[in-house]
Design a protein around this ligand. Structure first.
Ligand code: FES
Ligand SMILES: [Fe+2]
Length: 355
């Protein structure tokens, strides 16, 4: 069961050119997204009611979607408008239509009650970060695991020290092991705001390395050889349930003014595909990165490597879990699990209200 009355990201806008169709499973629903030549969007169930061919294998003909198998044609509202070789189209023959919009360079699909799709509160404003003047790269990584394992992961900075030791990871991030309490590390402060409808947290680390990638990103911007130099790092994280995360990071030499900071933004955009598979969309962006694309190229490479490090763990977890729920095994919970445990409660409430 997935949350229904939310907007899910079904793709990046650039994945769907005018005249193209794109099939994507979104929260257990087969959806075909279509963009007419005039740029308008529509989305229908990706299954022909004749012999169940996927309509996403078909094509757009004069703004209508034609099935690849026997050519039945549907208009943007899902009404059957033509059956080749047959004059009569039975009244009322139609397939399901899904509300779809484009916003913040993403394609959003609504799988819930269409009457309620005017509510855009599930589309967070933080997706503006990453728009110009930021420069960015986007992608999608398929993950064969329950999306909730990925949400756990993104609400749990303590894994970085072990899973991402060649990129983001270091013991500097240990402050997260005591959210809500006094700072747990000599070099950093950690604050968390756990609400009923989301979680925000922020790190302030002073004069640290923070993990191998940060010093390298900074040295690239400065055009100098990487060396072990202390940085002040601020990381702001916001979670909009069920699966949208902003990770905003600012780096500057220890003690330097704010204006010198390099801004790195990672949007982790998690959409459930099936009960055991997930679309891990991402957009990584940089601002104040100096001339050229060197910092963006570097940051993108680091991100993609790190996302695959998470994918490896998540898919292995799912393999062990099989069809059982993580909490059926009464797992141990640690001090650093407070945010992911709260996250599970929030997801359960959202899923419980699905209908
Ligand atoms: S399966 Fe679509 S027209 Fe036959
Ligand atoms: Fe990770």
């Amino acid at each position: 069961m997935f949350a229904k009355d939310v907007w899910y990201i079904a793709g990046h806008a650039e994945e769907l050119a005018p005249g193209a169709v794109l099939g994507r499973m979104v929260a257990g629903e087969r959806v075909v997204l279509c963009r007419a030549n005039d740029g308008s969007l529509f989305a229908l169930e990706d299954r022909c009611p004749h012999r169940s061919a996927p309509l996403s294998m078909g094509e757009l003909v004069e703004g209508h979607l034609r099935c690849p198998y026997h050519g039945i044609t549907f208009d943007p509202a899902g009404h059957c408008v033509a059956i080749p070789g047959q004059e009569h189209v039975p009244a009322g023959w139609a397939i399901r239509r899904f509300p779809v919009i484009e916003k913040y360079r993403c394609l959003w699909v609504w799988t819930g009650d269409p009457e309620r799709c005017g509510d855009q509160s599930s589309i967070p404003k933080f997706l503006e970060l990453g728009e110009a003047p930021y420069v960015s790269r986007s992608g999608r990584i398929p993950v064969d695991a329950d999306y909730r394992l990925l949400v756990d992961n993104l609400l749990d900075p303590t894994h970085a020290e072990f899973v991402h030791r060649t990129s983001f990871g270091s013991s500097d991030w240990q402050a997260a092991r005591g959210p809500g309490e006094a700072p747990q590390s000599a070099t950093g402060e950690f604050e968390v705001d756990m609400r009923d409808d989301g979680i925000d947290f922020v790190y302030h680390l002073s004069d640290v390395l923070g993990g191998p990638c940060f010093g390298k990103a900074f040295a690239l911007r400065e055009g100098v050889e990487p060396h072990a130099r202390g940085l002040d790092i601020r990381m702001d994280v916001s979670w909009q349930p069920p699966g949208l995360f902003l990770y905003g990071i600012q780096l500057k030499p220890a003690g330097a003014p704010e204006g010198e900071a390099l801004h790195l933004v990672n949007l982790h955009l998690v959409t459930p595909e099936t009960e055991r598979s997930t679309h891990y969309f991402y957009r990584c962006s940089v601002l104040n990165a100096g001339a050229g694309d060197a910092v963006l190229d570097f940051w993108h490479d680091v991100d993609v490597r790190a996302f695959h490090e998470d994918k490896r763990i998540l898919e292995a977890q799912q393999e062990v879990l099989g069809d059982t729920d993580l909490f059926a095994s009464r797992p141990w919970s640690l001090q650093g699990d407070q945010m992911s445990l709260r996250g599970r409660k929030i997801l359960a409430a959202l899923e419980g209200s699905a209908g």
